[in-house]
Unconditional design. Structure first.
Length: 281
């Protein structure tokens, strides 16, 4: 006998909860993207004394040159977000294509696995410095290239591991029997069953890209003064943290909030693959 739970005890649908979570979590992301439009001052104009505390002239005080910390934080989010978004998209697309093809072609899969194992061993900081030295005039683009190169091997391993059980599924074997091409099977038969993995991987790659870009900015690899970059602001204002803590705390909190926001959004949008019992006998 099937028992249906009373209407009063039914939980809200996951779709409604996910929509609400996305709306709340996306607010800081939208604020960072629209920051330049609502910043009270320009990024390079001194409005107060160096490392002045928070006051009427500057809500979060001044930086090492007396520029408004709030305005620089609002201007510094767009380049970080766009750079991390580009890295996440390129890395995820490359990982999906290579990973799905690798599980269908064992020889290619072994080559990809060995190459990924070697690339993963390269420390991120060393990889950034090598690419920056090889491309001295690359600036932010050199950092983005480094993030893509460093993130793709790990992402390929994740996709290949998730796609490996699907390669022996009945519908894949049927497609092989029909003589379908490898790209067709990878994109039409395997990829649609990896939605949760791909979306989660995209969120992880975005957060990793934020980390790599921020670390490079702190080391002054990529953006250079007087650019309004969150990680560069942390480095520039570290010497005055006791005079105006907001000059360091505000960009640091912005980086952390961006990572948390993206994680919440991707988590809420990830399809629920957990089997749930809705009836009982």
């Amino acid at each position: 006998m099937t028992v249906t739970p009373p209407v009063a005890t039914r939980r809200p649908s996951r779709g409604a909860g996910a929509t609400a979570l996305v709306a709340v979590a996306a607010l800081p992301l939208l604020l960072a993207l629209t920051g330049p439009l609502i910043a009270p001052h320009t990024v390079d104009t001194p409005v107060t004394a160096p490392f002045a505390p928070a006051g009427d002239g500057a809500v979060l005080g001044g930086d090492q040159l007396g520029r408004d910390v709030l305005s620089r934080v609002l201007h510094g989010g767009t380049p970080v977000i766009l750079g991390a978004l580009l890295v996440a998209v390129v890395t995820t697309v490359a990982a999906v294509l290579i990973g799905c093809l690798a599980v269908l072609r064992p020889r290619l899969g072994r080559a990809v696995e060995r190459s990924a194992d070697v690339a993963i061993l390269l420390p991120p900081l060393l990889g950034i410095m090598l690419i920056a030295l090889a491309w001295p005039g690359g600036g932010r683009w050199a950092v983005i290239a480094a993030a893509v190169v460093l993130g793709t091997p790990y992402a390929v391993r994740v996709v290949a591991a998730a796609a490996s059980p699907l390669a022996t599924a009945g519908y894949v074997e049927a497609a092989l029997t029909r003589g379908e091409s490898t790209p067709y099977i990878a994109l039409r038969e395997i990829l649609p069953n990896l939605r949760a993995t791909v979306l989660t991987l995209f969120g992880l790659r975005f957060v990793e890209a934020v980390y790599v870009i921020s670390m490079a900015g702190f080391l002054q690899i990529g953006p250079q003064p007087p650019a309004s970059d969150w990680s560069l602001m942390v480095r520039e204002n570290a010497s005055g943290i006791l005079l105006n803590p907001w000059a360091v705390m505000a960009p640091s909190l912005a980086i952390a909030l961006l990572a948390i926001t993206v994680n919440l959004v991707t988590l809420s949008l990830t399809p629920d693959t957990t089997a749930k019992a809705v009836t009982r006998s």
